[in-house]
Design a binder for this molecule. Structure first.
Ligand code: FES
Length: 158
């Protein structure tokens, strides 16, 4: 009888040990998935535009694949301006000779600050948050900021 109880206890012990190991594995897999997802989001959200020292004042830099322009104005302030026209959403293009963004669909025009210069658009182009870390200019391409007009407080400085 005693031998039988010992066998059952040993069997229970092994069964519980296996269950515990499996539970730890499941926990590990879940935590790995969660941490990978977090890192992925971070990488997806923040677009590295380049070293701050590579940007000249009073210049517009296109990032077509990420759908924004980086505008560095005369005093060094920066704006990450969405390419999406605030009229019906076509992609605006920067016209160097006119020094403004022009929409190919219905001819809205915007200043280098993204402000409406010519309708039918009625509000400024959206901007994205900028963060400068270790001289790298980072743009959060997932968080467009709607605005009616340009204001100096929207600029980011190094
Ligand atoms: S979509 Fe840009 S002016 Fe209409």
């Amino acid at each position: 009888m005693r031998l039988f109880e010992q066998k059952i206890n040993r069997r229970n012990f092994i069964k519980r040990t296996i269950q515990a190991i499996l539970s730890l594995n499941v926990l590990y897999i879940f935590s790995s998935l969660l941490s990978n997802k977090k890192e992925g989001n971070t990488l997806d959200e923040w677009y590295e535009a380049g070293d701050i020292n590579n940007f000249k004042n009073n210049h517009i830099y296109p990032y077509s694949s990420a759908h924004f322009y980086l505008s560095k104005i005369e005093n060094g302030g920066m704006l990450a301006i969405s390419t999406k026209c605030t009229h019906l959403g076509c992609a605006v293009q920067f016209n160097q000779s006119k020094d403004m963004f022009v929409c190919p669909c219905h001819a809205s025009a915007f200043s280098k600050y993204g402000e409406v210069v010519s309708p039918p658009a009625t509000r400024a182009l959206d901007i994205y948050p900028i963060s400068i870390q270790d001289n790298k200019v980072m743009v959060n391409v997932t968080k467009p900021i709607k605005r009616q007009k340009y204001e100096a407080s929207q600029l980011t400085y190094a």
